[in-house]
Design a binder for this molecule. Sequence first.
Ligand code: ZN
Length: 158
Amino acid sequence: MDHTDEYIKEISEKIDSKKDYYAEISNKIWEFAEPRFQEYRSSELLQHVLKQAGFSIKADLAGEKTAFIAEYGSGKPVIAFLGEFDALPGLSQKADAAERIPANTGSCGHGCGHQLIGTGTLASVIVLKDFVKEHNLQGTIRYYGCPAEENAGGKAFL
Ligand SMILES: [Zn+2]
């Protein structure tokens, strides 16, 4: 019997029930607005949440202080998500404004939504972990905490 619709519904409900929590994390990363290789607070926040959710963390990888890998479970399949969280110089922007309004002139800001990518993937691995645990499934769930996606090839080193 195919349970796909049932599983999608279950996972969607789990995500929806925590949407305020994840929005707050995304908003924090938006406010931190840290550029490449300086995403200390963003990386720390994501690591903290993953640790609380039961993931083991390896940090400071490949010569990148803000890189980390969070992992849960063991064996195959290995299901991995890549989270980005760096901002860009000169793109400081007030939240919830549909026009260009710098929050701090000359400062960094999120241009293509890495606060959302970092947090969306965070929510994905946590809900997947809960799902795997509750359904007594096997496998490894991994979150690649990838610094410096913008202009520095952070994921290539990682
Ligand atoms: Zn980008």
